[in-house]
Design a binder for this molecule. Structure first.
Ligand SMILES: Nc1ncnc2c1ncn2[C@@H]1O[C@H](COP(=O)(O)OP(=O)(O)O)[C@@H](O)[C@H]1O
Ligand SMILES: [Mg+2]
Length: 182
């Protein structure tokens, strides 16, 4: 199975929600010569012990994802990033939350494809729960300059109604794709 950068991002954001986050911020930038991602949450955070267990590829609780077809998680992210010559960091404190940052060199031999970014952002915005999730996307504009846009789950819900239902799914994707084209 070949993973895309998008798969890693979705997995890390899922961790944030599983940790009870009320606010998740996903930064996705590819304006420079690296793909830079940051996922920040205000969930439970991790103690030093949980943190080192979380990075151990041989540890899994086996409960959370009994039927999951793709198993990623932090160790796989670290492995993929290091193999590609990228960088990563994990900051986490109980009661404060967690910040996972990672980067891949753009066009690197072992850098995975980015994947379907509008589809990723839509999936992120439609993740189940009663949290706020914000995507900040930095990219190169059509004109070649740096551009950015933001997507807020709360604001989009006000405009489109409940995300993840038939009609709003299509509208949401149209909107994200229009932002991506600018
Ligand atoms: N954002 C986060 N906040 C709090 N704990 C986290 C977070 N991300 C990961 N963890 C902890 O690290 C563990 C391992 O995460 P992961 O590698 O994604 O595997 P899994 O989600 O299948 O347990 C989680 O079970 C959780 O205890
Ligand atoms: Mg996980």
């Amino acid at each position: 199975m070949h993973y895309c950068v998008a798969d890693y991002v979705l997995d890390i954001a899922q961790n944030a929600l599983e940790a009870g986050a009320r606010n998740v911020r996903v930064e996705y930038g590819s304006a420079g010569d690296a793909i830079e991602v940051e996922v920040i949450d205000d969930g439970s955070g991790m103690s030093a012990e949980i943190r080192s267990r979380a990075l151990d590829p041989f540890h899994t609780d086996g409960i959370k994802h009994p039927g999951r077809s793709v198993g990623l998680g932090l160790p796989f992210l670290v492995q993929g990033v290091e193999q590609a010559g990228g960088g990563w960091s994990l900051e986490s404190r109980p009661g404060w939350g967690t910040r996972v940052s990672f980067s891949f060199p753009k066009g690197g031999l072992d850098t995975p494809p980015e994947g379907d970014l509008p589809g990723l952002f839509r999936s992120l915005l439609c993740l189940d729960g009663r949290h706020e999730l914000v995507v900040r996307r930095r990219k190169v504009s059509q004109g070649g300059g740096a551009a950015e846009y933001m997507l807020s789950r709360g604001e989009l819900e006000l405009a489109l109604g409940e995300l993840g239902t038939g009609a709003s799914l299509g509208l949401l994707l149209d909107y994200i794709e229009s932002q991506e084209r600018d």
